[in-house]
Design a protein around this ligand. Structure first.
Ligand code: DCP
Ligand code: MG
Length: 361
């Protein structure tokens, strides 16, 4: 197998840093970007000053206010963030065409071969961070590693405004000491399940056979098996396909029974799987859509290591996503599932996992 040089770049406290950049009076202050504290909104992100008080993304703004009463709440300015996102992408493309954005503020770059002919991924990462700072006034952190999984983990280690190189030989020992909650692709729910099975670190995870992992966690078990060994063959994909395939059920009356909702999700997943099969395709991202009785609509997504097309996996991901919503506490009138990030059942893509992203819409 050819050794690859992958960089993961992620902006620091992105929305909050932009607000601090554009309004000097906010600098060095606890800035909380997101919903107003007296609304039902949530925190999109918080400056590092606010994080010291325990404020973090996706937390209800009201709770953030209690934890950090002096915090300054700001409404997001998505247009500005989007523009900066394009700016940093342009910088990435100067180094390589293999740029895979994961969200507005982060991307994977494959710099094994690059436009600068620079053999050192570390130096490239350093240069890119410097360029970002010069051109946007913002800081980014980077992870440099032989694959996406390790690069993503690495970029978090010296955040903010730092970087971390994981060389191939280091990978395994590094993973062994890593707490399971730090593994990209292992969410809160899985983390708790693993802990209840005695899996606290990468070393614990490594004791499990692939068979047992699949038995406990489903298909994603193979991904867990691979990453415990630092193995991740996923390629950096420059062009993501954005088509999606989905189905939804609107109910004749509003419901708050979660067991009933789960049965609905089984039904909807079955429909989606049928449609995927018809199109001879699979997809990595599963998105759950919930419409509440008051017509408010939210979505929750999870991107898996491997493309999926079967009812069971789609349904179980959708059920996990359902636990991340207020469905049940609040009545709902519609459920939907879509699968996106589609591929055409090409072989040889190796193990694929990845990004789970929550989107309030
Ligand atoms: N975001 C959001 N809701 C979330 C998570 C993130 O709206 N639940 C938005 C706000 C963030 C941006 O996406 O600024 C980037 O997300 P990151 O997870 O990279 O978080 P930050 O860049 O804010 O902080 P960090 O320094 O930890 O990367
Ligand atoms: Mg970030």
């Amino acid at each position: 197998m050819r050794l690859r040089k992958i960089i993961h770049i992620d902006m620091d406290a992105f929305y909050a840093s932009v607000e601090q950049r554009d309004n000097p009076s906010l600098r060095a202050k606890a800035v909380i970007v997101g919903g107003a504290p007296d609304s039902r909104g949530v925190v999109a992100t918080a400056s590092y000053e606010a994080r010291k008080f325990g404020v973090h993304s996706a937390m209800p703004s009201a709770q953030a206010k209690r934890l950090c009463p002096h915090g300054i709440f700001i409404k997001p300015r998505f247009d500005v963030y989007r523009e900066i996102s394009h700016q940093i992408r342009e910088i990435f493309f100067e180094y390589t065409d293999l740029v895979e954005p994961l969200s507005m503020d982060e991307a994977y770059l494959d710099v094994t071969e690059n436009h600068k002919g620079n053999p050192s991924a570390t130096l490239i990462a350093q240069e890119i961070r410097k360029r970002i700072k010069e051109e946007t006034g913002l800081t980014a952190s980077a992870g440099i590693a032989p694959n996406k999984f390790l690069a993503k983990v690495a970029s978090d280690i010296n955040k903010p405004d730092g970087m971390k190189v994981i060389i191939p030989n280091e990978a395994e020992s590094f993973i062994e000491t890593l707490p399971i909650g730090k593994f990209h692709g292992i969410g809160k729910v899985t983390e708790r399940r693993m802990q209840s099975l005695g899996i606290e670190t990468g070393a614990d995870l490594k004791k499990w056979s692939e068979f047992d992992l699949i038995e406990h966690f489903g298909k994603v078990g193979s991904y867990y098996y691979g990453i415990a060994r630092g193995i991740d063959e996923r390629e950096v994909k420059a062009n993501r396909i954005r088509k999606s395939i989905g189905a939804e059920n609107t109910f004749s009356r509003d419901h708050d029974d979660t067991l009933w909702m789960e049965k609905q999700l089984d039904e909807i997943a079955f429909k989606v799987a049928g449609r995927l099969e018809k199109s001879h395709t699979k997809g990595r991202t599963v998105t759950l859509k919930v419409r509440f009785a008051n017509f408010q609509r939210i979505t929750r997504s999870l991107t898996l290591i491997q493309s999926v097309a079967d009812t069971g996996t789609i349904a179980s991901v959708a059920k996990e996503l359902l636990t991340q919503t207020e469905a049940g506490q609040r009545k709902i009138r519609l459920l939907g599932i879509t699968v996106s990030n589609l591929d055409l059942l090409k072989n040889g893509q190796g193990i694929q996992l990845d990004l789970f992203e929550n989107n309030d819409t």
